[in-house]
Design a binder for this molecule. Structure first.
Ligand code: IPT
Length: 957
């Protein structure tokens, strides 16, 4: 055995996929062949360049005692407390000069070493392979001193035959991993760059006569109710499915009556493939995916995707996910009514696909391919249009398809993401179509749909999606015949996404529209000792895209954000709506396949938001698409002037694999009787003292007319407020320039409004304070009048706002704000909408009495921004005050000011002060999705228009 002293690292910049790996094949866990996990603690040495060290470390006997250790699976930059470098976040920019296939000389290289013994019962005969399930981005491997090959394709498996090299004890597995390689040019996904052996490493015994690759073909004929099974196997054997009495030879088709697989009822049959040397468990789902009549049909029915884009993410482990985390994702998705997932933008850990099969999710399995950075040079030199790279692209396509082809959940193969167009993509599509005719091909980047079976877009506006639904979008002849999906929409960055209910209505209106996938599932925040969760720039990256990496429906710790709660409501599979005024409810089955037999219904009336006793409601069985009118069986209570509502909840009638009995799937609400708002007879006359004016239970500063105490509660700083800490969606994406209101608001100065006092007038029955609220350097302003009246017990404030000048912008918010002592108000009781809501994110806001504590009225967006407003609030009680709105208002309360919230970069920048700041808003501007898509629809704009609104204060103690 000889070792080079000057190792060559030429392979790092080689466009070829690698050397030495076995052909790709199906991924499975054998019933009887032995395997040995090589996960665990490995010896680790980091070098600054690809060839800083020679390869003598791979030789048996090398002493690595002095090396550090890392956990495998893992990313070295997330271990060692910074000693092993740091993560880098860029959206689409390559963090190195674009000169394919060259990479920087500074190329962090991690040498990994692991010594292992074979278990005592490891068979002496047969072969063995070592499987790497994921290594970023390029690895070279030695076993017992023998160079066994090198590979690229970070999120794809690579196997090497090693049987002849194994010894009973003291095997030395050496893996050199380079952060940058030619492969990096193909892996420009919007995510952290995280080198390392981040998925499992396994040694698999391969007995003589063991199964190699096999393809389970399990189709379903909806016209006969029969399924046809044929398992093609490289190694002949028999296939059995006891529940179906199937026992056939491999390659032989058999047709029997079956229950089909769908995301709604994921029926899997346990089977077995038995070859001379091995037994392989099969989980078979019968379903047929076709493109027919311009629609994606599964088992004869068009499906509506209610999906999400999922990156693999864990706030401490990065993309090294354990099974429980994967299961948590799937369960959260199922419990929030999602039925589909796009594995953006690479094949996930295979266990995730097992879970999708088991719990039921339609999957778009996407290849590990993105070359987005080439957009900066008008796609010149794009590897997907350069024949030299085609073998690498085909290798990636094959590794995905071969690994994952036996998952019934996968309905689409996706070529990759944001890679422009080119011959390489066409070659991939042709190969995939030839290899697996039983699924469809997706790729968003080619709007002509040359290679694809679906017209797919991202972030198209409501208007455009509607036009596509009506087939008025033109395009190539081929595209006009294809169904449409939005593979990304509803950019969930920070507060939002807004407008998804409006999208859903459009999806449901037109047959051609088969739904969409929200961008994205989880915020990729990295747990950080000082910052809470870190995002781009927090590790001193020279190029980065800030918090664009935190744009998920769940927070980094997997707590659902309000966006997920909203999405759950928007896509609920049962619609419960008011139908007429007489307490009749319309229930609609919005499933694609199933009936409603798994649900039971509860209903109750509430008076002033407080529920009266719950009853059960009988709802007839409904086929998909069917609806029924159901009369509420009990008479509504007399509200005696208070508001009376009905609420119906659809609950799981029994435990399911993904949710317990009683889990709420859907709900609806309707009004029986409106409230009579409180009225105040203005009977008190304001009285002026030396420093104070008094009016009923209010005292005011005599100079400024500002209240100092309301109904016995000290208040501070009451004034008109139009500013909100801009949301990511307010600020918009850098490439949108004309309608980024967050930027335009700040330019106009709405965050630094000046309040000019014009008059404090004491009338017979009112105190009137006249002001003009305007930013410096601008002629626009808001004439604002505060009119206070009282009947001796209640104190009423009526605010009238009249815009002056040429307002071309909407307002962020319009209302008042004031402060009270923070220690007097730890919690709030209010009657209004549950949870956080804004004009276009309010579908899930449910009317009732709620009692959140102040902490829970703050939504912890990783980058702090406007959050936590409750919609439709009739009244709220806190700190000894009761506030009733005429009309209803938006309510928020926080232990810091909006200005402090605006200035904060991380949650740890915010510390509660002595004052609790309360905003009572008449209006809020919509949220939209402009951090990467369209802004709010016009109907959700808060226009600068004359407005008048009132609040009635009383003491509630
Ligand atoms: C789109 C990307 O496909 C996705 O990976 C992510 O970056 C998303 O945007 C934004 O978070 S590309 C978009 C710039 C059109």
């Amino acid at each position: 055995m000889s070792f080079r002293t000057t190792p060559s690292a030429d392979y790092v910049e080689d466009v070829s996929p690698g050397r030495g790996a076995l052909p790709p094949r199906a991924w499975y866990a054998s019933s009887d062949a032995k395997s040995l996990s090589l996960n665990g603690s490995w010896r680790f040495r980091l070098s600054a360049t690809a060839d800083a060290e020679d390869d003598s470390f791979a030789a048996p006997g090398y002493d690595a005692e002095s090396w550090a250790e890392v956990a495998v699976p893992g990313h070295w930059v997330l271990q060692g407390d910074g000693a092993f470098g740091s993560p880098i976040y860029t959206n689409h920019l390559y963090p190195f000069p674009v000169d394919p296939p060259h990479v920087p000389t500074e190329n962090p290289t991690g040498d990994h070493l692991r010594v292992f013994d074979l278990p005592a019962d490891w068979p002496a005969d047969g072969g063995a392979v070592i499987r790497f399930d994921g290594v970023e981005s390029c690895a070279r491997v030695w076993l017992n001193g023998t160079d066994i090959g090198e590979f690229k394709g970070s999120r794809l498996p690579h196997e090497f035959a090693v049987g002849q090299l194994l010894k009973p004890t003291g095997n030395v597995l050496a893996v050199r991993v380079h952060q940058w390689s030619a492969g990096s040019y193909l892996e420009d996904q919007d995510q952290w760059w995280l080198p390392g052996i981040f998925r499992d490493v396994t040694l698999l015994h391969r007995p003589a006569g063991s199964a190699g690759d096999f393809f389970v073909h399990a189709s379903y004929d909806h016209s006969t109710g029969e399924g046809t099974l044929r398992v093609d196997s490289d190694v002949d054997g028999r296939v059995s499915v006891p529940a179906l009495d199937i026992d056939v030879a491999t390659g032989e088709p058999v047709t029997v009556a079956v229950e089909p697989w769908s995301a709604e009822s994921p029926k899997l049959y346990d089977g077995e493939l038995v070859t001379a040397g091995e037994r392989v468990p099969l989980r078979i789902g019968f379903r047929t995916v076709v493109l027919e009549d311009g629609l994606i049909k599964v088992n004869g029915k068009a499906v509506l995707f209610k999906g999400v884009n999922r990156h693999e993410w864990h706030p401490e482990k990065g993309r090294a996910l354990d099974l429980e985390t994967m299961r948590e994702d799937v369960l959260l998705m199922k419990r929030h009514n999602l039925n589909a997932v796009r594995t953006s933008h690479y094949p996930p850990h295979p266990a995730f696909l097992d879970l999708c099969d088991e719990y039921g999710l339609w999957v778009i399995d996407e290849c590990d391919l993105e070359t987005h950075g080439f957009t900066e040079q008008a796609w010149r030199d794009n590897p997907v249009d350069d024949d030299r790279w085609t073998p690498a692209l085909l290798d990636r396509a094959a590794r995905m398809v071969e690994r994952d082809k036996n998952h019934p959940s996968i309905v689409f193969w996706s070529l990759g993401n944001e890679a422009g167009t080119g011959r390489g993509l066409t070659a991939m599509a042709e190969w995939i179509h030839g290899r697996d005719a039983s699924r469809l091909v997706h790729y968003e980047g080619d709007w002509d749909c040359r290679d694809t079976d679906v017209y797919s877009r991202m972030y198209a506006s409501h208007e455009e999606v509607e036009r596509i639904g009506q087939s008025l979008d033109g395009g190539t002849h081929k595209r006009r015949g294809l169904p449409f999906i939005q593979c990304e929409y509803g950019h969930a960055m920070g507060n939002g996404p807004g407008g998804i209910a409006d999208y859903q209505q459009i999806f449901e209106r037109y047959e051609r529209l088969q739904g969409g996938f929200i961008w994205e599932w989880i915020d990729h925040g990295i747990k950080h000792p000082e910052l809470g969760y870190a995002y781009g720039g927090d590790f001193g990256e020279e190029l980065h895209d800030g918090n664009f990496v935190c744009d998920g429906l769940i927070f980094p710790d997997r707590t659902p954000s309000p966006g997920l709660v909203e999405y759950k409501k928007v896509i609920e599979p049962v619609r419960i709506e008011a139908d007429g005024a007489d307490g009749t409810v319309r229930v609609t089955n919005a499933y694609d396949f199933g009936d409603l037999s798994h649900l039971e219904y509860e209903f109750f009336y509430s008076v002033d938001g407080f529920p009266t006793g719950a009853h059960t409601l009988a709802v007839p069985q409904l086929a998909p698409g069917e609806s029924a009118e159901v009369k509420l069986p009990t008479a509504a209570p007399d509200g005696q002037g208070e508001e009376v509502l009905w609420t119906v909840r659809a609950l799981l009638a029994a435990d399911t694999p993904w949710g317990p009995k009683g889990h709420e799937v859907a709900w609806g609400q309707g009004t029986v009787a409106a409230r009579t708002p409180v009225s105040v007879t203005a009977s008190q006359r304001p009285a002026r003292g030396e420093h104070l004016i008094t009016l009923g239970p209010g005292t005011f500063d005599a100079r400024s007319g500002r209240p100092t105490s309301i109904c016995g509660v000290d208040v501070t700083g009451l004034r008109l407020d139009v500013w909100r800490a801009t949301t990511d969606n307010d600020e918009g994406a850098s490439w949108q320039d004309d309608t980024r209101y967050g930027v335009l608001w700040r330019k106009l100065g709405l965050h630094r409004m000046q309040h000019r006092l014009d008059a404090v007038e004491l009338g017979d029955d009112a105190l009137t304070v006249r002001t003009r609220v305007a930013p410096a350097a601008a002629e626009v302003g808001l004439r604002t009048e505060y009119r206070w009246t009282s009947d001796g017990t209640l104190l009423k404030l009526t605010v009238s706002v009249t815009p002056e000048g040429d307002w071309t912008l909407p307002l962020p918010r319009l209302g008042i704000r004031f402060g009270i002592a923070a220690d007097s108000a730890r919690e709030v009781l209010y009657f209004g909408g549950s949870g956080e809501a804004y004009p276009d994110t309010r579908a899930a806001s449910r009317l009732g009495q709620w009692m959140p504590d102040i902490e829970h009225m703050q939504t912890p967006y990783v980058r702090p921004q406007e959050n936590g407003a409750a919609a439709d609030v009739r009244w709220a009680e806190l700190g000894g005050l009761r506030i009733e709105g005429v009309p209803e208002f938006w309510f928020s309360a926080r232990p810091w000011t909006n200005e402090q919230l605006d200035a904060a970069r991380h949650l740890t920048d915010l510390t509660p002060g002595d004052t609790l700041w309360i905003n009572l808003d008449h209006g809020q501007h919509g949220i939209g999705s402009q951090s990467c898509g369209p802004g709010p629809l016009p109907q959700y704009f808060l226009k600068a228009e004359p407005a008048e609104f009132s609040f009635v204060f009383s003491n509630h103690e």
